[in-house]
Ligand binder design. Structure first.
Ligand SMILES: Nc1ncnc2c1ncn2[C@@H]1O[C@H](COP(=O)(O)OP(=O)(O)OP(=O)(O)O)[C@@H](O)[C@H]1O
Length: 266
């Protein structure tokens, strides 16, 4: 039986023309064009450094931006520009030294430890670059983990996990361990695990880094079509120019700072 993923696999994705991408948009310009949009995440003057004195590295330096519901925003920049540090801060993993992160109207870093843990479980779906799948668990068990953490019964969680594995085209792979899957299949398991608890903010760190161009594009098309709606948004860190066509906006970083925005297809 064809799955949703098969349908997307067979769908052609239009290649953008040079006029689809407007270089050098300022954040203010991008913002004013998005004023009708609701902010899911608002980062305000976020700063994070490591070390002290001469050894201090300013990983993120005065970063302010909005991620709006209904959009797919890419963060792009050279190695060491602060992308992963910024992702960790806005997903509640790493506390900034300065600034604030407002998520759905709440100041993330003013939350109690328990509320922060709830936020990570209920609001954010995070897909790590190297998938972070548990090697001894089956694919269905891996996908069920967020539901188990949310105190669902084991049997119910596995049933729901299998539903999501079906959605990502892995119905026949529910009972095998991740090492027996290809890189693209493992990526889809990680995406199914991020989707299973219906996060309103999905964050993907280098989702196509270990995939061939065709598989990478299919996965991006899949995530875009399955998840993106007016109650969700997607943030992607990537170096992969082959997938830029999927971005609504591209935010460029260098030396911990935002250097500009491109608008692809708002
Ligand atoms: N835990 C840490 N301790 C010390 N320095 C760190 C730490 N984490 C990051 N840094 C430094 O902060 C800067 C930004 O790192 P970060 O990993 O955020 O960059 P990045 O843009 O994600 O890089 P890459 O694309 O290579 O993953 C770098 O100079 C890095 O060496």
């Amino acid at each position: 039986m064809p799955t949703d993923f098969d349908a997307i696999e067979n769908k052609s994705v239009p290649t953008p023309t040079s006029t689809d991408i407007v270089k050098g948009k300022s954040e203010a310009a991008a913002k004013s064009e998005s004023t009708h949009r609701v902010s899911a995440i608002r980062a305000q003057n976020v700063g994070k450094w490591f070390g002290e004195g001469d050894a201090r590295t300013m990983a993120v330096n005065g970063v302010s931006f909005d991620l709006y519901f209904g959009e797919m925003l890419f963060i792009v920049g050279p190695s060491g520009s602060g992308k992963t540090t910024l992702l960790s801060i806005i997903s509640g993993i790493l506390k900034p030294n300065e600034g604030s992160v407002i998520v759905k109207g709440q100041d993330l870093w003013q939350l109690s430890k328990d509320d922060l843990a709830d936020f990570r479980l209920n609001t954010i779906g995070f897909v790590f670059q190297d998938y972070h799948l548990f090697p001894r668990l089956t694919t269905a068990e891996n996908v069920a983990i967020p539901l188990i953490l949310k105190k669902n019964k084991w049997g119910d969680a596995i049933t729901e996990a299998k539903k999501y594995l079906d959605i990502v085209g892995l119905k026949e792979r529910v009972d095998i361990v991740p090492v027996k899957l290809s890189g693209g299949e493992q990526q889809r398991v990680a995406i199914a695990r991020a989707m299973v608890s219906h996060p309103s903010i999905l964050i993907l760190d280098e989702p196509t880094a270990s995939l061939d161009g065709d598989t990478g594009r299919k996965i991006l098309a899949f995530v875009h079509d399955q998840i993106l709606n007016e109650k969700t948004c997607i943030l992607i860190v990537t170096h992969d120019t082959r997938i830029f066509e999927f971005a609504d906006r591209i935010m460029y970083m260098e030396d911990g700072k935002i250097t500009g925005f491109d608008k692809a297809a708002i």
